[in-house]
Design a protein around this ligand. Structure first.
Ligand code: PLP
Length: 369
């Protein structure tokens, strides 16, 4: 089976290529917080290094990390995830991949609201499924409703992927909207794969609402979390899936035959973050809030994103051509909306330093030489 590389990874590779050739590129394409690791993370890793051991970690993750992750979820959302309902994965991406692998039979349909995170359609395809897109628009705040969900159900529908808070649109679902979506999923008899990897990067005033807050729907919900964004640890590759024991056990079995889980040292780092979770996520959120504000001041747009690391900007014409032209003429890297299933928009990331943001936007608005 041929797999297409992720559009954002492909673009980052192009940016690296230009950088290697000595050309300065303003990178608004790579989606991770550019921040030093919080000291709690570094301390945990230094302690682990002192022990001098690097054994295989248990395939499901270090027991203390699984316990800390379940506790983190339960304390924030009043959920009741047990140890056995928690698995540590190689980033949120493998949690999504694993869940789709274990839930789907060939030909099953997966509802994917667009604009979507670039990897969803390929992840569905890799699991033998067929992505069915629910289109949303800026007019409705890039959100779909329970009614729209039900209108897309067929006998083959198996899963809905819900991305809240959303990359690339920053859409943030309210409690009653999630409640209605979960009720519709129950009515349709489908699973909800809730990608919540930006849960801690929510600036307010609207609070983040997790699907984990609805214990009534526990049996049909898998929540995906990650240290990449919430704790600015993308390179460590640690994520989690929380859900019904049978599904989590199947993901663990899949890991045992594929990745053997994520690295021992990375798990120690993640434990360091989780044991100081509020402190670390506040550090990340407040740094990202400042960068968002600097970005908004210089992009001259009205709609301020309330979550995540992204600004989805309306443009005229083909988004791919727009991005190619901007990269070529102004050395500014942004991602075309078409990569997210939505033409007529481009995505900016505002997670780099304030100086880089200001310099990059000044290049973006400059007249071509
Ligand atoms: N889900 C969304 C919406 C994302 O934007 C990303 C990364 O960009 C991921 C999942 C995967 O993140 P990771 O595998 O680094 O945890």
């Amino acid at each position: 089976m041929k797999v297409s590389p992720s559009a954002t990874n492909a673009l980052s590779a192009k940016v690296s290529e230009l950088k290697k050739a000595g050309i300065k590129v303003h990178n608004f394409a790579a989606g991770d917080p550019v921040l030093p690791n919080h000291p709690a993370i570094l301390q945990a890793v230094a302690d682990a290094l002192k022990e001098g051991m690097s054994p295989y970690a248990p395939v499901a993750g270090l027991p203390e990390l699984r316990t800390a992750a379940a506790k983190w979820m339960n304390s924030r959302y009043g959920s009741h995830f047990k140890f056995e309902e928690t698995v540590v994965t190689c980033g949120g991406k493998f949690a999504l991949y694993g869940a789709l692998q274990v839930l789907l039979e060939p030909g099953d349909e997966v509802l994917v609201p667009a604009p979507y995170w670039v990897s969803y359609p390929e992840l569905v395809r890799l699991s033998g499924g067929v992505a069915k897109i629910i289109h949303t628009t800026e007019v409705t705040g890039w959100k779909f409703t329970a009614e729209e969900l039900l209108a897309h159900i067929t006998p083959k529908t198996r899963v809905l992927i819900l991305n809240n808070a959303c990359n690339p649109t920053a859409a943030l679902y309210k409690r009653e909207e999630i409640e209605a979506i979960l009720a519709a999923a129950e009515q349709a008899g489908i699973f909800v794969l809730s990608d919540e990897v930006y849960s801690e990067i929510v600036y307010g005033p609207q609070p983040f609402v997790s699907c984990a807050q609805f214990p009534k729907h526990f049996e049909r919900v898998i929540v995906v979390e990650s240290c990449s964004k919430n704790f600015a640890m993308a390179g460590w590759r640690v994520g989690f899936a929380f859900g019904p024991r049978k599904i989590i056990e199947a993901i663990i079995a899949l890991q045992s035959q594929s990745t053997t889980g994520t690295s021992f040292l990375s798990q120690k780092a993640a434990l360091g973050a989780l044991l100081h979770a509020n402190e670390v996520s506040t550090y990340v959120r407040e740094a990202m809030r400042k960068r968002r504000d600097v970005f908004m001041k210089h992009i001259h747009e009205k709609n301020v994103p309330e979550s995540g690391l992204y600004f989805f900007k309306k443009i005229d014409g083909s988004s791919l051509k727009f991005c190619e032209k901007i990269l070529e003429e102004k050395q500014v890297a942004i991602v075309p909306g078409i990569a997210f299933g939505c033409e007529g928009y481009v995505r900016f990331v505002y997670s780099d330093t304030e100086e880089e943001i200001i310099e990059g936007l000044s290049a973006f608005f400059s007249k071509p030489a």
